[in-house]
Design a protein. Sequence first.
Length: 202
Amino acid sequence: MPLGQSMRVQIGELILATSVIQLANGFFGTFISLRVAIEDFTAPGLVLSAYFAGFTLGALRSGKIIEGIGHIRAYAAFAGLVAAATAVMPLLVGSLAWIVLRAIVGFGCAGIFITTESWLSAKASPTERGRVFSLYMVGTFLALALGQLLIARADIEAAASFNVIVALFAVALIMVTTARPEPPRVSTEAGLLCSHEPHRSQ
């Protein structure tokens, strides 16, 4: 059955919000790699790989969180977690602190993507699900690529780049928590899609 106008708006808002997240992620991944290169860290490799450790843990544990508090609260919690960890990074510049904070960012991002994908899966009808996820993947891929291009305008040594990332996550959080659509019944059947493979660059 084709998607109604209201459902298209609901799904579009969610895809747009997650594309904003990916815009921040694309910029963040490139920025943090360059920033770590100029810092005198004792374990720069661990700082970069901590994201993936957190992302893996988030992929394993976020389903239970969504089941416990629902999609909107889970999305808000994960996005808020990422924003808070990112905001603290310029205040605690060091290998150990950034390893922990990057792991938190990875955990939160995994939670955001699982929340989004299970939400889309529940909202879209079986006959429209392929089209919906195609739009989702195209939108997030484009945003991820665009985010990486923004690095040309960034001052790598300034704290302003962290502020931009926090602002983008906050915008996505506002878009989801103030939208009119009702969340679906709790379902975490949808796992992470291949659209998140570019995070390896982080």
